[in-house]
Every structure is written in C-alpha cells, then in structure tokens.
Design a protein around this ligand. Structure first.
Ligand SMILES: NC(=O)c1ccc[n+]([C@@H]2O[C@H](COP(=O)([O-])OP(=O)(O)OC[C@H]3O[C@@H](n4cnc5c(N)ncnc54)[C@H](O)[C@@H]3O)[C@@H](O)[C@H]2O)c1
Ligand SMILES: [Zn+2]
Length: 384
C-alpha cells in the first residue's frame, strides 16, 4: 500500500432524479456568459443536447455547440477543437458525451488560450493549468472520465493511445442523469459498462490500492456485478442504469486514487493500432490478465467475492476463482467476442502488441504481478 494517499473529486456531483435540472444553477453560480457545449453528431441527433441548451437559456447565457468531436480522438483532433474554442471568450465547457467527448473537453479546458498545445502535454503534462471551468454530463456509464484527472488521446504516428494526467483536468461539476443513458444501444452499454467493471477490479487489486480507493472500487464492483446485465438488457431498468452511472463515477474516483493495471496497459495498443473500442479491448483482456494475476491478488479477489457475490465458496482460492468466473460469465452474456479474430482483426501481430504493450509502464508498474515481455506475448496469444 502507498504510504500516503489522497482523494481527488469534482467540486460538486449531482445524481438522482432529473439532476440535469441543476445545470442552470451551476452556470449562474459560475457566472457563465458564453457556454461551449461539446458533443458528437449522434448525441445531438438523439436530442441529448436539448435539455443542456434549455438550461443555458434559463441561465441567461449563450451557447455554441461543437458537435464534431470524434470517438477516441487523436491529440491532433483534440487540438483542432481547442483552436476553435480559443479566442471565443467562452468561459465554461459543458461536455455531453462519453469518455471521448469528456476527455476532449477536459483538455480544451486546460489548453484553450494557454501557451502550450495538446502535443506539448504528451511529454510534459505538468504544464496543464485550468483555463476554463468544466462540467461533465456523461452519456455512457463506463469511463468515469467525469471523475478522473486523465484524458486519453490517440497518437496516430505511433499507433498507440496515451493518457495525459494532471490534477487540473478534474471536471468541476458532474451531472448524472439517467435520461442521458436510457437509450444507449446494448452493445455500447455493454462495452462501456465492462470498462467500468475493469476500473473497479483493477483499482482494487492495484499496487496503489489504499483505503480511499478501496471504498469506491469495491462499491463500484458490487454495483456493477449486480446490475450490469439488467442495465444492458432491459430498456426500462432505470434503477440498474442509475446504479451503473454511480458505479462508473466511483470507478473514476478509484482510478484517480489508485490506478488501473495490466488490463488497461495491454489494451492501449489494441485501441491505438487496431481501433478496438476501449471497453471492448479491456473486456477481451480481462480474463487472461486476471488468470495471470490471480496468485498475486487472490486475497483481494476473495474480498471482492464476499462483497459482491456472497455465494458458497469457502476458501480464498475458491472465492477468487468464482470472481473471475462471474466476470467471464458477464462478458459472455454481453456478447463481447473473446478474440481479436472474432472481432474481425485478423492481422494482429503478437510481437508488435507485446512490444507496444510493455511500454505502458505507467499502468503496468501498478500490476501486483510483474509483466515481462514474454508474459505479455503469452497474454496476447490467448486473444488471437
Ligand atoms: N479519462 C479517463 O479517465 C478515461 C477512462 C477510460 C476511458 N477513457 C477514454 O474514453 C474513450 C471511450 O469513451 P466511451 O467508452 O464512453 O465511448 P465514446 O465516448 O467513444 O462513445 C462511443 C460511442 O457511443 C455513442 N454514444 C455515447 N453515448 C450515447 C448515448 N447515450 N446514446 C447513444 N449513443 C451514445 C457515441 O456517439 C460513440 O459513437 C476512449 O478514448 C478511452 O480511452 C478515458
Ligand atoms: Zn477504461
């Protein structure tokens, strides 16, 4: 365990019934005059931005909508958005979207009007200083980006994804409103929900786990194990969907207090080169990495079992096996393919993946069991 640990949170998080109704008050409190609303074309078409625009109007402010934010953007694509915002005098960004939109907003809030670029932050993230306030309205229940100090961008020339980390990227306000995720297509709800499940179990079994992160990681894991299937399968299961929103937020808090491990570390090259969506790449790697880690994290998995599953398993070994099996069942139930081949990626190179994966030491160094190049190859071999 770390000797010193800390808990970093957004200033205010609104949850529960119709929390979006609080947005006008937030804008008024912040004295916002000109609001930049970040989103993507799908979400705009679905009408998810409309209540946000109504709140801006109610607060007596003006809105400009930036609706061309791509999924899993590169640093260059984020910079293009930053350049559009810079010089407009916009004083607050409201991000309506999943991790892609929220990460773009978080970077825009530290880069617009600053004397450094998104590219500069790749090598020197310490330079980031908040320029504009940030409000996150998540439309997926997954990344937890609404409560992390990270933003993930693709670095196309190296075919990888990189996390930029700085305390100033924590969103200031978060509004969790179930209306935003009610009509998520099942496949997106599944992939993003499984991302949150990975956050919870990785943070709980991380070298950096501590009492603060455990509190959020374990509760997130319990909520996810017992709600994710219904939240994805049943359009009307609003209670399960709300539980997933809370769990995703808690997963984000746990990431900030602890960290993800080899599942996320090894998944970045799958996103960077083969464009496998973030949640899917983690879900595919979860079982091989958990089996690899099991001897080193058995006691932690047993605690997770006692909290979230509470079955007949008696020994630590039985309990940890049961947790891994239950997560496997969930991944199968949600129809996530088990291999890259089944996903349509037929040309993946184990050597390239392992070389790229092993470079993700920011996360691999969090893993309780050391991952060598040969271990990484053995793990990737299982998902071919
Ligand atoms: N900053 C962090 O801490 C953090 C943590 C994990 C992942 N990430 C990053 O977040 C990104 C992934 O985010 P994501 O998994 O939320 O997916 P996403 O934001 O990329 O969205 C995926 C797709 O879902 C659609 N979508 C989103 N909400 C919808 C809704 N309510 N209804 C219908 N369609 C909807 C989007 O239009 C998009 O096409 C990746 O770049 C990943 O690396 C960041
Ligand atoms: Zn993730």
């Amino acid at each position: 365990m770390l000797a010193t640990y800390s808990l970093k949170l957004p200033k205010v998080v609104f949850g529960g019934e119709d929390s979006l109704e609080q947005l006008a008050g937030v804008l008024e409190k912040e004295g916002a005059q000109k609001v930049a609303v970040f989103t993507d074309p799908t979400l705009r078409k679905l009408g998810l931005v409309d209540p946000v625009l109504a709140a801006v109007k109610a607060a007596g402010a003006e809105a400009t909508v930036y609706d061309d934010i791509p999924a899993e953007p590169s640093y260059g694509q984020v910079q293009a958005v930053v350049d559009q915002v810079a010089g407009t005098g916009e004083d607050i960004v409201v991000a309506v979207g999943g991790g892609s939109v929220m990460d773009t907003a978080k970077l825009a809030c530290v880069c617009a009007g600053a004397d450094y670029t998104v590219h500069d932050l790749l090598s020197d993230p310490k330079r980031a200083k908040k320029q504009i306030a940030c409000v996150a309205v998540p439309t997926t229940a997954g990344t937890g980006a609404e409560a992390t100090i990270n933003a993930i961008v693709a670095v196309s020339e190296d075919e990888v994804k990189i996390g930029i980390v700085n305390d100033d990227m924590m969103p200031d306000y978060v509004l969790l409103d179930v209306r935003m995720i009610q009509n998520l297509p099942r496949s997106i709800a599944a992939a993003t929900g499984l991302d949150a499940m990975c956050h919870a179990i990785e943070c709980f079994t991380c070298k950096k786990a501590n009492p603060f992160s455990d509190m959020f990681a374990l509760e997130a894991f319990d909520l996810i194990i017992n709600n994710i299937e219904r939240a994805c399968d049943d359009k009307d299961a609003l209670d399960a969907k709300r539980a997933m929103q809370v769990a995703a937020l808690y997963g984000g808090i746990a990431i900030t207090a602890s960290g993800t491990t080899a599942v996320h570390g090894l998944s970045y090259p799958l996103g960077g080169k083969y464009h496998v969506p973030h949640g899917v790449s983690n879900a595919i790697l979860l079982s091989p990495v958990m089996h690899f880690n099991e001897p080193a994290i058995r006691d932690r998995l047993a605690i997770a079992y006692d909290r979230a599953i509470k079955g007949d398993a008696k020994t630590e070994e039985e309990k940890s096996a049961a947790v891994i099996e239950r997560m496997d069942q969930i991944v199968s139930h949600l129809d996530i393919p088990k291999t890259l081949d089944a996903l349509g990626v037929h040309d993946a190179s184990i050597d390239w993946l392992a070389e790229a994966g092993i470079k993700q030491q920011r996360l691999l160094s969090n893993n309780k069991r050391e991952v060598t190049l040969e271990d990484a190859k053995a793990i990737y071999r299982q998902i071919m």
